[in-house]
Design a protein around this ligand. Structure first.
Ligand code: FAD
Length: 235
Protein backbone atom coordinates (compact mmCIF):
# COMPACT_ATOMS: atom_id res chain seq x y z
CA UNK A 1 0.00 0.00 0.00
CA UNK A 2 1.28 3.52 -0.79
CA UNK A 3 0.11 6.69 0.92
CA UNK A 4 0.31 10.35 -0.12
CA UNK A 5 2.97 10.98 2.54
CA UNK A 6 5.35 8.32 1.31
CA UNK A 7 7.70 10.15 -1.04
CA UNK A 8 10.73 7.91 -1.59
CA UNK A 9 11.54 4.38 -2.74
CA UNK A 10 13.97 1.97 -1.12
CA UNK A 11 16.71 1.16 -3.65
CA UNK A 12 19.15 -0.80 -1.50
CA UNK A 13 19.54 -2.58 1.81
CA UNK A 14 22.82 -4.17 2.85
CA UNK A 15 22.70 -6.12 6.12
CA UNK A 16 26.07 -5.59 7.85
CA UNK A 17 24.80 -7.66 10.81
CA UNK A 18 21.20 -8.75 11.62
CA UNK A 19 20.79 -5.39 13.45
CA UNK A 20 22.88 -2.96 11.37
CA UNK A 21 22.07 -2.03 7.80
CA UNK A 22 23.18 0.32 5.07
CA UNK A 23 19.91 1.68 3.71
CA UNK A 24 19.55 3.54 0.40
CA UNK A 25 16.58 5.50 -0.85
CA UNK A 26 15.63 7.48 -3.92
CA UNK A 27 13.41 10.50 -3.17
CA UNK A 28 10.65 11.39 -5.64
CA UNK A 29 11.89 15.02 -5.65
CA UNK A 30 15.43 16.25 -5.03
CA UNK A 31 16.12 17.97 -1.69
CA UNK A 32 18.22 21.16 -1.45
CA UNK A 33 21.98 20.75 -1.25
CA UNK A 34 22.94 20.11 2.38
CA UNK A 35 26.12 20.18 4.46
CA UNK A 36 28.04 16.99 5.16
CA UNK A 37 27.07 15.66 8.61
CA UNK A 38 23.46 16.83 8.58
CA UNK A 39 20.36 14.69 9.13
CA UNK A 40 16.87 14.17 7.74
CA UNK A 41 13.68 12.50 8.99
CA UNK A 42 12.70 9.01 7.84
CA UNK A 43 9.20 7.73 8.61
CA UNK A 44 6.73 4.86 8.32
CA UNK A 45 3.18 4.38 9.54
CA UNK A 46 2.46 2.31 12.65
CA UNK A 47 0.44 -0.15 10.58
CA UNK A 48 3.60 -1.36 8.75
CA UNK A 49 4.93 -4.84 9.59
CA UNK A 50 7.85 -5.11 12.01
CA UNK A 51 11.01 -7.16 11.30
CA UNK A 52 11.07 -10.87 12.16
CA UNK A 53 13.88 -10.41 14.71
CA UNK A 54 12.28 -7.44 16.50
CA UNK A 55 10.96 -7.61 20.07
CA UNK A 56 7.69 -6.29 21.55
CA UNK A 57 7.57 -2.50 21.38
CA UNK A 58 8.37 -0.52 24.54
CA UNK A 59 5.57 1.85 23.50
CA UNK A 60 3.10 0.30 20.99
CA UNK A 61 2.82 2.42 17.82
CA UNK A 62 -0.57 3.85 16.81
CA UNK A 63 -1.43 2.27 13.42
CA UNK A 64 -2.45 5.51 11.68
CA UNK A 65 0.36 7.68 13.00
CA UNK A 66 3.48 8.41 10.93
CA UNK A 67 6.51 7.49 13.08
CA UNK A 68 9.40 9.86 12.23
CA UNK A 69 13.00 9.88 13.50
CA UNK A 70 16.16 11.75 12.37
CA UNK A 71 19.03 9.90 10.64
CA UNK A 72 22.45 11.20 9.61
CA UNK A 73 22.98 11.21 5.86
CA UNK A 74 26.09 9.26 4.80
CA UNK A 75 26.00 10.45 1.17
CA UNK A 76 28.07 13.26 -0.29
CA UNK A 77 26.41 16.67 0.15
CA UNK A 78 25.69 16.93 -3.57
CA UNK A 79 23.59 13.72 -3.54
CA UNK A 80 20.26 15.42 -2.99
CA UNK A 81 18.09 12.64 -4.34
CA UNK A 82 19.67 9.25 -3.70
CA UNK A 83 20.67 9.06 -0.04
CA UNK A 84 22.44 6.48 2.08
CA UNK A 85 21.97 5.83 5.82
CA UNK A 86 23.64 3.56 8.41
CA UNK A 87 20.90 2.33 10.72
CA UNK A 88 21.04 0.20 13.81
CA UNK A 89 17.90 -1.69 14.85
CA UNK A 90 16.50 -0.98 18.31
CA UNK A 91 14.63 -4.27 18.58
CA UNK A 92 11.87 -2.82 20.79
CA UNK A 93 11.83 0.45 18.84
CA UNK A 94 8.93 1.77 16.79
CA UNK A 95 10.63 2.93 13.60
CA UNK A 96 13.78 0.84 13.20
CA UNK A 97 11.89 -2.44 13.60
CA UNK A 98 9.72 -1.36 10.65
CA UNK A 99 12.59 0.03 8.55
CA UNK A 100 14.39 -3.31 8.91
CA UNK A 101 11.37 -5.05 7.37
CA UNK A 102 11.57 -3.00 4.14
CA UNK A 103 13.05 -4.24 0.88
CA UNK A 104 14.03 -2.69 -2.43
CA UNK A 105 10.96 -1.23 -4.13
CA UNK A 106 9.10 -0.45 -0.87
CA UNK A 107 8.00 3.11 -0.14
CA UNK A 108 8.99 5.31 2.79
CA UNK A 109 8.55 8.90 4.07
CA UNK A 110 11.55 11.25 3.92
CA UNK A 111 11.38 14.75 5.44
CA UNK A 112 11.69 17.84 3.25
CA UNK A 113 14.13 19.67 5.55
CA UNK A 114 17.78 18.73 6.12
CA UNK A 115 19.24 20.12 9.34
CA UNK A 116 21.97 19.78 11.96
CA UNK A 117 25.03 21.57 13.32
CA UNK A 118 27.41 18.59 13.18
CA UNK A 119 29.23 19.97 10.14
CA UNK A 120 32.77 19.75 8.87
CA UNK A 121 32.43 23.06 7.02
CA UNK A 122 32.39 24.86 10.42
CA UNK A 123 36.04 23.87 11.08
CA UNK A 124 38.92 26.14 9.95
CA UNK A 125 40.75 25.13 6.76
CA UNK A 126 43.99 23.35 7.54
CA UNK A 127 42.97 22.05 10.98
CA UNK A 128 43.41 18.33 11.63
CA UNK A 129 40.16 16.43 12.13
CA UNK A 130 39.59 13.47 14.44
CA UNK A 131 36.23 11.72 14.02
CA UNK A 132 35.20 9.36 16.80
CA UNK A 133 32.12 7.09 16.57
CA UNK A 134 30.39 4.11 18.03
CA UNK A 135 28.52 1.90 15.55
CA UNK A 136 26.31 3.78 13.10
CA UNK A 137 27.64 7.07 14.49
CA UNK A 138 30.12 6.75 11.62
CA UNK A 139 27.45 7.84 9.08
CA UNK A 140 28.19 11.60 9.17
CA UNK A 141 31.93 10.89 8.75
CA UNK A 142 31.29 8.94 5.57
CA UNK A 143 29.53 12.08 4.31
CA UNK A 144 32.44 14.29 5.48
CA UNK A 145 34.95 12.17 3.60
CA UNK A 146 32.82 11.79 0.49
CA UNK A 147 32.18 15.54 0.40
CA UNK A 148 35.43 17.15 1.54
CA UNK A 149 38.49 14.89 1.44
CA UNK A 150 39.64 16.20 -1.94
CA UNK A 151 39.22 19.84 -0.83
CA UNK A 152 41.37 19.51 2.29
CA UNK A 153 44.66 17.88 1.31
CA UNK A 154 46.50 19.81 4.05
CA UNK A 155 44.32 18.37 6.87
CA UNK A 156 44.99 15.02 8.50
CA UNK A 157 41.70 13.19 8.92
CA UNK A 158 41.43 10.23 11.27
CA UNK A 159 38.31 8.10 11.91
CA UNK A 160 38.10 5.99 15.07
CA UNK A 161 35.10 3.64 15.24
CA UNK A 162 34.20 1.52 18.24
CA UNK A 163 32.16 -1.60 17.62
CA UNK A 164 30.47 -4.23 19.76
CA UNK A 165 31.44 -6.79 17.10
CA UNK A 166 34.94 -8.11 16.70
CA UNK A 167 36.68 -6.64 13.63
CA UNK A 168 40.36 -6.26 12.89
CA UNK A 169 41.89 -3.54 15.03
CA UNK A 170 42.45 -2.64 18.66
CA UNK A 171 40.53 -4.52 21.33
CA UNK A 172 39.92 -1.79 23.86
CA UNK A 173 37.37 0.96 24.33
CA UNK A 174 37.75 4.27 22.50
CA UNK A 175 38.45 6.22 25.68
CA UNK A 176 41.41 3.97 26.53
CA UNK A 177 42.71 4.13 22.95
CA UNK A 178 42.81 7.93 23.22
CA UNK A 179 44.36 7.92 26.70
CA UNK A 180 47.10 5.56 25.40
CA UNK A 181 48.36 8.33 23.06
CA UNK A 182 47.51 6.32 19.95
CA UNK A 183 46.78 9.53 18.00
CA UNK A 184 50.21 10.96 18.79
CA UNK A 185 52.09 7.70 18.24
CA UNK A 186 50.43 6.61 14.99
CA UNK A 187 49.35 9.85 13.32
CA UNK A 188 51.40 12.58 14.99
CA UNK A 189 48.18 14.32 16.03
CA UNK A 190 48.05 16.07 19.39
CA UNK A 191 44.83 16.95 21.24
CA UNK A 192 45.44 20.70 20.87
CA UNK A 193 42.35 22.91 20.33
CA UNK A 194 44.44 25.35 18.26
CA UNK A 195 45.32 22.66 15.75
CA UNK A 196 42.92 19.70 15.96
CA UNK A 197 39.12 19.62 15.92
CA UNK A 198 37.23 16.60 17.32
CA UNK A 199 33.87 15.18 16.21
CA UNK A 200 32.25 12.66 18.55
CA UNK A 201 29.14 10.74 17.51
CA UNK A 202 27.20 7.80 18.93
CA UNK A 203 26.41 6.37 22.34
CA UNK A 204 25.94 8.99 25.10
CA UNK A 205 28.30 7.17 27.49
CA UNK A 206 31.22 7.18 25.00
CA UNK A 207 30.46 10.80 24.04
CA UNK A 208 30.56 11.83 27.69
CA UNK A 209 33.87 10.04 28.42
CA UNK A 210 35.63 11.40 25.32
CA UNK A 211 34.30 14.92 26.01
CA UNK A 212 35.65 14.82 29.58
CA UNK A 213 39.05 13.74 28.28
CA UNK A 214 39.07 16.60 25.77
CA UNK A 215 37.94 19.21 28.33
CA UNK A 216 41.20 18.56 30.19
CA UNK A 217 43.08 19.76 27.07
CA UNK A 218 40.98 22.96 26.91
CA UNK A 219 38.37 21.83 24.35
CA UNK A 220 34.94 23.49 24.43
CA UNK A 221 31.76 22.36 22.70
CA UNK A 222 31.07 24.09 19.40
CA UNK A 223 27.91 25.97 18.65
CA UNK A 224 27.43 28.62 15.96
CA UNK A 225 27.21 31.55 18.43
CA UNK A 226 30.08 30.32 20.57
CA UNK A 227 32.59 28.47 18.37
CA UNK A 228 34.50 25.59 19.95
CA UNK A 229 36.62 22.69 18.76
CA UNK A 230 34.44 19.80 19.97
CA UNK A 231 31.38 18.75 17.93
CA UNK A 232 28.89 16.31 19.47
CA UNK A 233 26.03 14.18 18.09
CA UNK A 234 24.48 11.73 20.56
CA UNK A 235 22.19 8.83 19.62
C1 FAD B 1 20.56 13.98 15.03
C2 FAD B 1 20.33 12.48 15.11
C3 FAD B 1 20.88 11.65 14.15
C4 FAD B 1 20.69 10.26 14.23
N1 FAD B 1 21.28 9.46 13.29
C5 FAD B 1 21.15 8.12 13.40
C6 FAD B 1 21.82 7.26 12.46
O1 FAD B 1 22.53 7.71 11.54
N2 FAD B 1 21.66 5.92 12.61
C7 FAD B 1 20.89 5.38 13.63
O2 FAD B 1 20.79 4.14 13.70
N3 FAD B 1 20.24 6.18 14.52
C8 FAD B 1 20.34 7.52 14.42
N4 FAD B 1 19.67 8.33 15.29
C9 FAD B 1 18.73 7.72 16.27
C10 FAD B 1 17.31 7.61 15.62
O3 FAD B 1 16.78 8.92 15.42
C11 FAD B 1 16.30 6.82 16.52
O4 FAD B 1 16.26 7.41 17.80
C12 FAD B 1 16.66 5.35 16.66
O5 FAD B 1 16.79 4.76 15.37
C13 FAD B 1 15.60 4.58 17.47
O6 FAD B 1 14.34 4.75 16.86
P1 FAD B 1 13.15 3.72 17.12
O7 FAD B 1 11.88 4.40 16.71
O8 FAD B 1 13.43 2.40 16.54
O9 FAD B 1 13.16 3.53 18.72
P2 FAD B 1 12.16 4.24 19.75
O10 FAD B 1 10.80 3.67 19.59
O11 FAD B 1 12.30 5.72 19.61
O12 FAD B 1 12.80 3.79 21.14
C14 FAD B 1 12.37 2.62 21.81
C15 FAD B 1 13.17 2.44 23.10
O13 FAD B 1 14.55 2.22 22.82
C16 FAD B 1 15.38 3.22 23.43
N5 FAD B 1 16.37 3.61 22.42
C17 FAD B 1 16.25 4.57 21.49
N6 FAD B 1 17.36 4.63 20.72
C18 FAD B 1 18.18 3.68 21.18
C19 FAD B 1 19.47 3.25 20.80
N7 FAD B 1 20.14 3.82 19.78
N8 FAD B 1 20.03 2.20 21.48
C20 FAD B 1 19.36 1.60 22.50
N9 FAD B 1 18.13 1.97 22.91
C21 FAD B 1 17.55 3.00 22.27
C22 FAD B 1 14.44 4.36 23.76
O14 FAD B 1 14.89 5.03 24.91
C23 FAD B 1 13.12 3.67 24.01
O15 FAD B 1 13.04 3.19 25.32
C24 FAD B 1 19.88 9.71 15.26
C25 FAD B 1 19.31 10.57 16.22
C26 FAD B 1 19.54 11.93 16.15
C27 FAD B 1 18.93 12.81 17.21
Amino acid sequence: MDTPLYNATVIGKIMVTPDIMIFRIDTDDAREEFEAGQNILLGLYGYEMRSSNSEPESVPAEPDKLIKRPYSIASAKTETRQMEFYISQVKSGQLTSRLFNLNAGDRVYVGSKISGLFRLDETPDGSDIVMVATGTGIAPYISFLRSHIVERPESKMVVIQGSAHRWDGYRLCIEDLLRNNTLQNEFNITPDPERTHFFVSGKPEMVSHVSEWLHDFGYTRHNPNDPGELYIEEF
